[in-house]
Design a protein around this ligand. Structure first.
Ligand code: MN
Length: 440
């Protein structure tokens, strides 16, 4: 995989004439420029926007005012990002360079400033929608630490199945139930069976959980029957979002054999609204996870020197919880875990290449979930299943509450950011969802 080159858009010294984008703590400085789809009060048509500080640059308006590169004009006037995702790396780079120039304090032509100001919408008070029409959604299992933690609970003698280090494990998820951040999630009903019970029961899920994941949006697709080689995979990856793979553990335990997850997973998946491009993340590339001595090397189709050198991403990913009682008591969200995407056993490029290796065709806007991001340390475990060891070690929350699994009224908040010396810190924003009681 050839990582995208650094260019002037990554220069940490550059500042925006939009003051909020220069705040140290903002997720959306000039160096980020993530894309999303929003709807504002006066205009009900979904529009593509770019987050800059606490503002959104409306790309439909910018296109109408002829401020954008000609090749991006049509794609930027669509109600979703699919067309822009389909244009490919060359066009993405051209558009990003233009946006960076328009919003930079030293690069924006003075005569254009008033026109660009006309395209700005405050983020407060608008509604963020799903960024793309998601035709296909696949969820992987790319953290060896998550796979081992879960495996230990199910199979203490053989936590990691023999295929794990050879084949990126995944399953086809459900795209229709992917929702935008902020959408409440209703506790699902389902079948579950206690180990000592003679028969299963049907009722509200008792062990509702979240999974902290990264979602990667596919850019240009591939034709059916034509796999994407690993060296070309970067050109098919547009950007990333935070992803909460809500999981009903009691339903999952009873249904998962022999075909894998089904109704325990497909009732809702929440994603964050701003798609942070892989070009924006170029300064935070790190080597792919170093396999342990004795681990097999990936098979040739999953091996590429450039991917080994820079296929990883140094991204801090966190889970925060805000219960109803905490909200009522005026207590802020409590951080449950903090992990890093660089601990994943498979790179995003390997996931994409493996997915197409049989000829399966991906399409612009398809979403690849990474699988739960868990590291080696206990505080980096990305699900309650792991943090509480299946509910046997409850968590203690500020305000005196305990949690084994999620309760009604709990809000799960995922956050992510990248920072390192010599680069501007950028963030992924937030992925939020509150649990509603099961339907009566
Ligand atoms: Mn998952």
């Amino acid at each position: 995989m050839v990582p995208m080159p650094f260019n002037t858009t990554h220069d940490p010294a550059r500042r925006s004439w939009i003051e909020s984008a220069n705040a140290a703590a903002t997720d959306f400085p000039l160096q980020n420029l993530p894309y999303g789809v929003f709807r504002s009060g006066e205009n009900l048509t979904p529009r593509i926007g770019v987050a800059i500080g606490d503002q959104i640059l409306n790309l439909a308006t910018a296109a109408e005012l002829d401020l954008l590169p000609a090749a991006a004009r049509t794609a930027c006037r669509q109600p979703s990002l699919n067309a822009l995702m389909a244009t490919g790396p060359g066009k993405w780079t051209e558009l990003r360079a233009r946006l960076s120039e328009m919003l930079g304090v030293d690069s924006c032509p003075v005569r254009l400033r008033a026109q660009i100001e006309h395209c700005l919408v405050p983020q407060a008070g608008i509604t963020m929608l799903l960024p793309a029409h998601i035709g296909g959604y696949t969820d992987f299992y790319a953290s060896i630490f998550h796979a081992t933690n879960v495996g230990k609970m199910l199979r203490p003698d053989q936590p990691l199945l023999p295929n794990y280090k050879w084949v990126p494990i995944g399953y086809h998820g459900r795209s229709s139930s992917i929702v935008a951040s902020g959408t409440p999630v209703r506790r699902p009903h389902g079948q579950s069976k206690a180990p000592d019970a003679p028969a299963p029961v049907f009722g509200p899920c008792k062990n509702l959980d979240y999974e902290l994941e990264l979602g990667a949006f596919v850019g240009p697709g591939n034709r059916q029957g034509e796999p994407v080689p690993l060296a070309a995979a970067a050109g098919h990856l547009f950007g990333v979002v935070l992803l909460n793979d809500w999981s009903a553990r009691d339903i999952q335990a009873w249904e998962y054999q022999p075909l894998g997850p089904f109704l325990a997973k497909n009732f809702a998946t929440t994603i964050s609204p701003w798609v942070v491009t892989l070009e924006a993340l170029a300064p935070f590339r790190v080597p792919a996870f170093a396999r342990l001595p004795g681990d097999p090397a990936p098979l040739p189709y999953l091996a590429d020197p450039a991917d080994t050198a820079l296929g990883g991403l140094d991204l801090t990913l966190e889970v925060w919880l805000l219960t109803q009682k905490m909200r009522q008591a005026g207590i802020g969200p409590h951080r449950l875990s903090s992990g890093n995407f660089s601990t994943m056993y498979w790179t995003l490029a390997q996931l994409l290449t493996h997915h197409t290796s049989n000829g399966c065709n991906l399409q612009p806007g398809d979403l690849l979930g990474s699988g739960t991001v868990s590291g080696e340390a206990k505080e980096s475990r990305g699900s309650l299943l792991e943090l509480t060891m299946r509910g046997t070690e409850p968590l203690h929350l500020p305000g005196g509450e305990e949690r084994k699994f999620l309760q009604d009224g709990d809000e799960v908040i995922l956050r992510g950011h990248a920072e390192r010396p010599g680069a501007r810190r950028i963030g992924l924003g937030e992925c939020r969802g509150v649990v509603l009681p099961a339907a009566s």
